[in-house]
Design a protein around this ligand. Structure first.
Ligand SMILES: Cc1cc2nc3c(=O)[nH]c(=O)nc-3n(C[C@H](O)[C@H](O)[C@H](O)COP(=O)(O)OP(=O)(O)OC[C@H]3O[C@@H](n4cnc5c(N)ncnc54)[C@H](O)[C@@H]3O)c2cc1C
Length: 385
């Protein structure tokens, strides 16, 4: 089977699985702010969340291009891959920098669904986008690290067994470069909660299961360290391109969903004796949103190809994320406008997806920070921060 055929089959199969989780499923969970447990279970059992795990560890050994198709199709169906995408974008860190013992201990269990790696702990309340300033400290004490600090916006922590946690192992005052002294730990939250780790949910404008984490002298074994101590910032950067591409694909999925819904509604809704979609004032914004979603998709495909060939794709991954997040947000606005008053009604799902896709202007990286990356690292302009 060719690569293109495999991707087509994968797309069709994910689309099929998503049909069992219609708009009403997501709408009801949204109203109750509940985690889509049944959906994540179905995806896990079908093996989709193990897409990036090599076959020798029980996964399907696919590339980021295929993983991104899975997330795109989830969002395109009207669902929200935010419930489970972290398993894909944290995977690279474990695969590239984890020891053989760690890989053998965790990957087969993650692939089978026995363990979930759905939480990624970077953000802190007083640090913002300036990751090198993060303050959560892990101090070595014999064969343990003792962790103290606080994280914020750590999504899915209540629904994950494992947490990929970024900490300082050397205080910033003691390092030559501020990017030094950060480390990555793979924390087993099943043992940590109640023994130094407290999770507190944060209610947000969409159903995202995000939380605050409080570390009060949580003790973890030193073998939770991924790779070398102090090299965590490099490992973090390593994983960011995959994250950008995967989020871009979700935005493309959202964008296509909005364009399809808006087009359908514009054909059916009759006002002044004709379908509203016959008016250029209604059809042109939908057409433009479509053009922008498709253009963003090309950049996402390009970035994924480069990534899977092991080539440098920093610029393309960032551009894909920026273009796709802008395109999905434009499409969301257009859909609300096309639906008129009904765009605001919960029963039509437009307002729910509108809230969901808005996130991607801010997280996992804000648009300004992508522009700053492009200006500095691609165009050679002076660093602005
Ligand atoms: C629902 C949700 C889920 C999340 N999930 C996770 C998660 O699972 N794990 C995790 O670690 N984090 C998570 N995050 C955090 C997310 O990654 C951050 O919110 C994001 O990186 C922005 O950081 P901040 O909120 O601290 O904003 P800040 O850094 O305080 O920035 C605020 C605003 O100022 C702008 N800004 C800041 N500095 C500059 C500058 N130098 N130039 C121009 N503009 C600037 C930003 O673009 C932004 O618009 C999540 C956030 C949300 C809302």
């Amino acid at each position: 089977m060719s690569g293109a055929e495999l991707q087509q089959d994968l797309r069709a199969a994910v689309r099929d699985l998503c049909k069992a989780f219609p708009d009403s499923y997501w709408r009801e969970l949204d109203a109750r702010r509940e985690y889509p447990e049944a959906f994540v279970k179905a995806l896990t059992e079908a093996g989709y969340l193990a897409a990036l795990i090599p076959e020798e560890y029980g996964g399907s050994g696919l590339g980021v291009a295929e993983a991104s198709i899975i997330l795109e199709e989830i969002n395109r169906s009207g669902a929200n891959a935010g419930a489970c995408h972290a398993q894909m974008y944290t995977m690279g860190t474990l695969l590239r920098h984890g020891s053989e013992t760690q890989k053998r201990a965790f990957l087969p269990k993650i692939a089978s669904g026995e363990l979930r790696l759905q939480a990624f702990g970077v953000s802190e309340p007083t640090t913002g986008s300036d990751t090198t300033q993060l303050k959560t400290l892990a101090v070595r004490k014999g064969d343990r690290y003792v962790i103290r600090g606080q994280k914020v916006w750590i999504s899915r922590a209540e629904h994950s067994d494992l947490l990929l946690l970024v900490v300082r192992t050397t205080p910033i005052e003691q390092v030559k470069k501020r990017t030094e002294g950060l480390s990555m730990l793979l924390v087993d939250m099943r043992e940590a909660v109640g023994h130094g780790l407290t999770i507190r949910p944060i209610r947000t404008m969409m159903n995202h299961a995000t939380t605050e984490l409080f570390f009060d002298d949580l003790e973890v074994p030193v073998d939770t360290l991924i790779g070398e101590e102090g090299k965590g910032f490099r490992y973090l950067l390593d994983g960011l391109n995959a994250e950008r591409i995967l989020i871009a694909a979700e935005c493309v999925g959202d964008g296509r969903w909005f364009v399809e819904r808006a087009s359908k509604y514009a054909k059916e809704r009759v006002v002044f004796g004709r379908p509203i979609g016959q008016n250029q004032g209604v059809q042109f914004p939908i057409a433009r949103a479509h053009v922008n979603v498709e253009a963003a998709d090309l950049m996402r495909i390009r970035a994924a190809e480069l990534f899977d060939r092991g080539e440098n794709c920093g610029a393309e991954a960032n551009m894909a994320k920026l273009l796709a997040a802008d395109a999905s947000w434009e499409a969301a606005n257009v859909a609300v406008q096309t639906y008129g008053g009904f765009g605001f009604a919960e029963d039509y799902d437009i307002e729910r997806k509108f809230r969901e896709t808005r996130l991607y202007q801010v997280a996992p990286i804000s648009t300004n920070l992508i522009l700053a990356f492009m200006a500095e690292h691609v165009l050679g302009l002076p660093r602005s921060y």
